[in-house]
Design a protein around this ligand. Structure first.
Ligand code: PAF
Length: 278
């Protein structure tokens, strides 16, 4: 389905039947991580809507909007196989008929930290499209991957501050056997850069090991992760930070549940990852 009118009609029928609606927003190029979000939505709801929309508003001018992987036919098959009830895959003009939204949702102070510092405007684009999808689908539950730690935190703030009647569920990171977190952008990583890409999760493990050994100084935990990344050939670090997963503030002392979050280029591909200390 690619039209808003048809989407609204379908979801209002579902709501009239008093069935709970779950929304899984994606940009397509589906992988097992996305499909696990559909499984989680299914556990919470009777009717699962998957949106596929490569949102131009969240890409910077020098970013990969044009080459972002698009595979609607394969995505539809995967989603249907996983029991998704409705796929909403609109063209850009359907979502932004007057051009890029004039009115946008932003979260100053939170959307310019971590990834937002390196991708100015990115989270304004994310919050704006997610707000639009919430208005279009009016889901009871929306499921997002915890790999995008800052995105989840910002969406929770938006839901709270703008009174959206939706429960946000954050799903665990799904990883390759070598630890690499699943991402549609992994398609950009060639064999030569694979070791570099895998070093991100090794860095997170090193921080966890330091925590296990009793280290509670955030700077020391960040240092343990940095040490791995600095040794890995082909890796260029953007940031490594220990933060409270909800407020994104740096705590004075590390505790279980705090997140070690990082972003780095591996062989030229920008990757993000994080780990909740346990
Ligand atoms: O996480 C993503 O794929 C996107 O940021 C989202 C939430 C679908 C908004 O475009």
């Amino acid at each position: 389905m690619d039209r808003i009118a048809a989407l609204r009609q379908a979801v209002s029928g579902v709501r009239a039947d008093r069935r709970r609606i779950g929304l899984v927003p994606t940009m397509g190029a589906l992988h097992e991580g996305h499909l696990s979000l559909c499984d989680i939505a299914r556990k919470h709801c009777d009717f699962v809507v998957l949106s596929i929309f490569v949102n131009p508003l969240q890409f910077g001018a020098d970013e990969d909007l044009d080459r972002y992987p698009r595979s609607l036919a394969a995505d539809s098959e995967l989603a249907r196989g996983r029991g998704v009830d409705l796929i909403f895959a609109p063209p850009t003009e359907e979502i932004y008929p007057r051009g890029p939204s004039l009115v946008r949702v932003s979260a100053p102070g939170l959307d310019d930290r971590l990834c937002g510092h390196f991708r100015p405007g990115h989270f304004t684009g994310v919050l704006t499209i997610v707000a639009k999808l919430f208005n279009l689908v009016a889901p009871d539950v929306a499921v997002f991957g915890r790999k995008d730690l800052q995105q989840v935190a910002l969406i929770r703030w938006m839901v709270h501050d703008l009174d959206f009647a939706v429960d946000i569920v954050a799903a665990p990171v799904v990883r390759e056997p070598d630890g690499l977190a699943l991402s549609s952008r992994n398609a950009y990583i060639d064999t030569a850069a694979r070791g570099a890409a895998a070093s991100l999760s090794q860095a997170l493990r090193a921080a966890q090991q330091a925590f296990d050994a009793g280290e509670r100084d955030p700077a020391a935990l960040v240092g343990a992760a940095h040490a791995i990344l600095e040794r890995a050939p082909g890796v260029e670090v953007q940031y490594v930070e220990l933060v409270d997963a909800d407020t994104l503030d740096t705590p004075g002392r590390a505790e279980r549940g705090h997140a070690l979050a990082l972003a780095a280029f591996a062989g030229g591909t920008r990757l993000i990852d994080n780990h909740l200390l346990e």
